[in-house]
Write a protein that binds this ligand. Structure first.
Ligand SMILES: C[S@@+](CC[C@H](N)C(=O)[O-])C[C@H]1O[C@@H](n2cnc3c(N)ncnc32)[C@H](O)[C@@H]1O
Length: 216
């Protein structure tokens, strides 16, 4: 895992990079990420808050979790100008500040690559989701074939300079193992920038109790 100095260097770089990424196409991806949501939404690892402007008016409350102080300060600024109510909270994915079943949706955008304990983060997401709630995802994942093997090789260095980001996580498998139905997710080669591709996007809902993991 990256040390404190690396993470804050990354945070400074991300504040500059994230609005630029919006301009080269990520804005559309983020809009789709939160499109048609309603009610109470948890945005995990909100970063500098660039997604806030895309929430539709049917969302009544966004609880934006962000552990990094530098990014959180920027998120607070974006929250003040957001079209919906946004509360920015200092905590982590592994300890969400909501009661069981309180959230209509949990949003993960470019964050499951970074959280240290993916299983704990997904268990927390599942705990706070309402029975008919959903996860929304925009996550870069390990590529198949040679690119995946390169991602495996560069992962230690990439993680060190990228604030803990792992370019080779099999996030769909982790979701499946955590009890989510992954049939509503797809991977696409956008952005065409290795190792931030392919991108896993879409919606995943908790599987009904008793249904086993794997292809349904
Ligand atoms: C690549 S940035 C993405 C930020 C934002 N979601 C975006 O799309 O611009 C990764 C984010 O994950 C956050 N993060 C890292 N570990 C985390 C954890 N355990 N729980 C919640 N967020 C975490 C970082 O602070 C950072 O904001």
């Amino acid at each position: 895992m990256a040390d404190r100095n690396d993470v804050s260097l990354f945070a400074r770089a991300w504040v500059v990079a994230s609005p630029l990424l919006e301009r080269v196409g990520l804005a559309d991806s983020r809009r789709r990420l939160v499109a048609d949501l309603h009610g109470t939404v948890v945005e995990v690892g909100a970063g500098s808050g660039v997604t806030f402007e895309h929430y539709p008016p049917e969302v009544t409350r966004v609880v934006a979790v962000e552990p990094d102080p530098h990014l959180r300060a920027h998120a607070l600024r974006y929250a003040a100008g957001a079209p919906v109510r946004v509360e920015v909270v200092d905590t982590v994915a592994e300890a969400l500040p909501l009661a069981d079943g309180e959230a209509d949706a949990v949003v993960f955008g470019l964050v499951l690559c970074t959280v240290p304990d993916v299983a704990a983060a997904l268990a927390e997401a599942r705990r706070v989701l309402a029975p008919d709630g959903e996860l929304r995802l925009l996550e870069h994942v390990r590529a198949d074939g040679a690119l995946g093997r390169v991602a495996d090789r560069i992962a230690p260095v990439w993680s060190r300079v990228g604030g803990g980001c792992r370019p080779n996580r099999d996030t769909a498998r982790r979701l499946d193992e955590a009890g989510f139905d992954v049939s509503g997710l797809r991977t696409s080669p956008f952005p065409p920038v290795f190792p931030l591709t392919p991108m896993l996007t879409g919606s995943a809902r908790p599987r009904s109790p008793g249904r086993s993991p794997g292809p349904q």
